[in-house]
Design a protein around this ligand. Structure first.
Ligand SMILES: Nc1ncnc2c1ncn2[C@@H]1O[C@H](COP(=O)(O)OP(=O)(O)OP(=O)(O)O)[C@@H](O)[C@H]1O
Length: 365
């Protein structure tokens, strides 16, 4: 489930090992020295450090071994305990465990030549034992915990559950351009971020947890929840055994998660305006009110929409044409969706016969 200790650099393959984009390892020139300079902060999925390698300063995001309920895994819904089943857990984790989400999104940005859309990544790193020891010693006062999440660190031994030859797997990290967080939101920045969300989605990257804390030097930097096409959420071709209802679930899930990025964008602007007496008037949806036909839309023509269908990968094609995605659903579903503000994740995922299936539940499009 987690990458093993490499015996040589040649074993450092692009990750993750599943269909779709992959991120290459960072190439050290010469001695593999990482100087840990400062602890920048914790996120739900990581600890982030300012480091120096060679003479260059970077941000190194080291991923926690998060609980299975922290990512799109089968665990909350499986009828039997699958947590010890490495095949089941790896199949899901390759697509949706935070480190792999981030590798896949950055892999796509690099393949498409669109690294300008995010804080740059220089590749992944598997910390050596020596590097890990240095880091833990330098920051021993912080009691850094890599098992679990920020709210409940260290309750379970996640890192150690799939030991190979008695060793815990290496800590995984992404090396990134060092940037500046917590900058003011301005109208030009908001406009650019909204454009960037659409462009990311046109490259098949969505569910990027849009929030101001994610914006570093004016760009998105956190893809630890990102869904990148092809993915079991978006792509029926990954499972030849899906029936037509299950394919519709995939479509709905993709629709709701990709429109969430715009809801969250509008929320981010609103919160900024409220907290700072601001007057930014950049909205994704009319008035910042969501994708349902409320104020300015002809209510007789029932429609819900979002701006980009990420499954089309329009941004990776040469001739790009971004078209709105109007979602086909009946009036009952529209009425139901109208009651919500932000879509919630509604589907459960199970593993059967080597494939991932959605399970139908109450939420129906
Ligand atoms: N490239 C960077 N340069 C400087 N600081 C950074 C960089 N990347 C992340 N940080 C800082 O580290 C914090 C955590 O990073 P990030 O949001 O990527 O982690 P995460 O674990 O996915 O967090 P969450 O999902 O809770 O936001 C950020 O809020 C930011 O303050």
């Amino acid at each position: 489930m987690y990458p093993d200790w490499p015996k040589s650099n040649a074993e450092l393959l692009p990750l993750p090992r599943c269909k779709g984009p992959k991120l290459k390892p960072f190439v050290f020139n010469g001695f593999q020295e990482i100087r840990f300079l400062e602890y920048i902060g914790a996120g739900a999925h990581s600890h982030v450090f300012k480091v120096e390698i060679g003479r260059t300063i970077y941000a190194l995001k080291l991923f926690r071994f998060v609980y299975d309920y922290d990512w799109r895994s089968p665990v909350p819904y499986a009828e039997e305990d699958v947590t010890a089943d490495i095949q089941v857990m790896s199949t899901f984790a390759n697509y949706s465990e935070p480190f792999n989400c981030e590798c896949r999104a950055y892999g796509r940005l690099q393949d498409a030549g669109r690294e300008d859309l995010a804080v740059k990544s220089y590749g992944y790193i598997l910390l050596s034992e020596h590097q890990e020891r240095n880091m833990m010693e330098k920051f021993s006062h912080l009691d850094l915990e890599f098992d679990g999440n920020m709210d409940d660190p260290g309750s379970e031994d996640m890192r150690g559950r799939f030991r190979i030859d008695g060793r815990d797997p290496p800590i995984r990290g992404l090396l990134k351009e060092f940037g500046q967080g917590d900058e003011d939101l301005t109208t030009p920045v908001a406009r650019r971020l909204l454009k960037n969300i659409k462009e990311l989605q046109s490259l098949g990257i969505f569910n990027v947890d849009v929030a101001r804390r994610q914006v570093i030097s004016g760009k998105f930097s956190d893809f630890s929840t990102a869904v990148t096409v092809p993915h079991f959420v978006t792509s029926p071709e990954l499972n030849p055994n899906l029936d037509s209802d299950q394919k519709l679930i995939l479509e709905f899930e993709t629709f709701q998660l990709s429109s969430n990025d715009y809801w969250l964008f509008d929320e981010m602007v609103k919160t900024w305006n409220d907290d700072n007496n601001g007057n930014i008037k950049v909205h994704a949806f009319p008035g910042g009110d969501g994708c349902l036909p409320k104020h300015n839309y002809n209510l007789r023509r029932k429609r819900i929409y979002t701006f980009v269908d990420p499954r089309k990968l329009e941004g990776v094609k040469k001739k790009r044409k971004l078209t709105e995605w109007e979602y086909n659903c009946d009036d009952k579903a529209i009425a139901r969706l109208k009651c919500t503000h932000e879509f919630s994740e509604s589907h459960e995922w199970v593993f059967k016969d080597g494939y991932i299936f959605p399970r139908i539940n109450v939420w129906r499009y």
